[in-house]
Design a protein around this ligand. Structure first.
Ligand code: GDP
Length: 287
């Protein structure tokens, strides 16, 4: 999916979400567990206008579990409810409707005290492209997709999906833009596959990824590509390129004269990395 985030598109995306806020009780803010800061919209607090929010760290199956645990702790300390899931397999998603109700506990109790029978909690998923919004919606829906689009206030084309008996989800998620200001954020997003490669050079993306993995995840990285020695100086670009060349040779990316085709090697590296073949890794840690 390509979205060019020009200022006009940002305004439109923001307005679309704010229109939907009127229909819902809670927002499910979907972040990538491997990079919860870089995959977060820079204006999210302003956009959500104080709407109760559940933070969901998706693709936890690909992230370093120890680091994910630290992130959950940090969000908790900041006063947020947060949970780590794998929308692809469905791991952890049962917690989502449970926590959505916890978020609205006071409101639901007040309704019960007045003798009202609280209706299902209405939720909207928001997040940057590729973070797994559609996958999560489909998982939560299961086979139990129920369309009740005739309710007042529901814009044409939008439908509610029933998630068990206690939650209803808008079937179209809110799409938000990622951060752009910091170049490292762009590279982290590109390494994980959250933004399209064409925007940045594939060799530069792979370089950024290799430098990071060599530093923090040398064991799984070296065993995948059968590399013996870590680079002498991981801060020296030549040493990182030498690692990329070694990977290229392992994967048969040789051109005439025995030179390594770095572009091809970079593509292979990134594909394996994104598919989780190099083990679980996080690109950002809170501490
Ligand atoms: P959206 O643009 O936010 O709707 O993202 P999609 O739902 O289209 O997901 C983007 C890609 O991430 C797809 O290839 C999904 O299969 C993959 N994906 C989504 N959630 C997970 C997850 O929890 N784990 C893994 N490994 N892949 C996921």
């Amino acid at each position: 999916m390509t979205i060019q985030w020009f200022p006009g598109h940002m305004t439109k995306a923001r307005r679309q979400i704010q229109d939907k806020l009127k229909l819902i009780d809670v927002v499910i803010e979907l972040l990538d567990a491997r990079l919860p800061m870089s995959s977060r919209n820079p204006m999210i607090d302003e956009i959500l206008q104080g709407k109760p929010r559940l933070i969901v760290l998706n693709k936890a199956d690909l992230a370093d579990p120890g680091v994910t645990k630290q992130w959950l702790e940090v969000f908790k300390q900041e006063g947020h409810l947060a949970v780590a899931v794998d929308a692809y397999s469905g791991q952890g998603i049962k917690e989502i409707p449970v926590l959505a109700k916890v978020l609205l506990k006071d409101k639901l109790e007040k309704q019960r005290a007045k003798g009202m029978n609280p209706r299902a909690v209405r939720a909207l998923i928001v997040g940057i492209p590729n973070v797994g919004k559609s996958t999560l919606i489909n998982r939560l829906a299961g086979r139990n997709i129920a369309a009740t689009g005739d309710r007042p206030g529901v814009t044409k084309g939008q439908q509610w999906i029933k998630v068990g008996t206690d939650m209803e989800l808008l079937d179209t998620p809110g799409i938000l833009w990622p951060k752009f200001e910091d170049q490292n954020v762009g590279y982290r997003l590109a390494v994980t596959g959250a933004i399209r490669e064409e925007i940045l050079n594939v060799e530069d993306i792979a370089f950024f990824g290799v430098k990071y993995l060599v530093k923090y995840y040398w064991e799984p990285f070296s065993s995948r590509f059968e590399l013996k020695e870590p680079p002498q100086d991981p801060e020296n670009p030549d040493d990182i390129v030498a690692v990329m060349e070694a990977v290229g040779r392992k994967r048969g990316c040789i051109v005439s004269g025995g030179r390594v085709d770095l572009e091809k090697a970079s593509g292979i590296l990134l594909r394996e990395l994104r598919a989780g073949k190099l083990g679980r890794y996080s690109m950002e840690a809170p501490y």
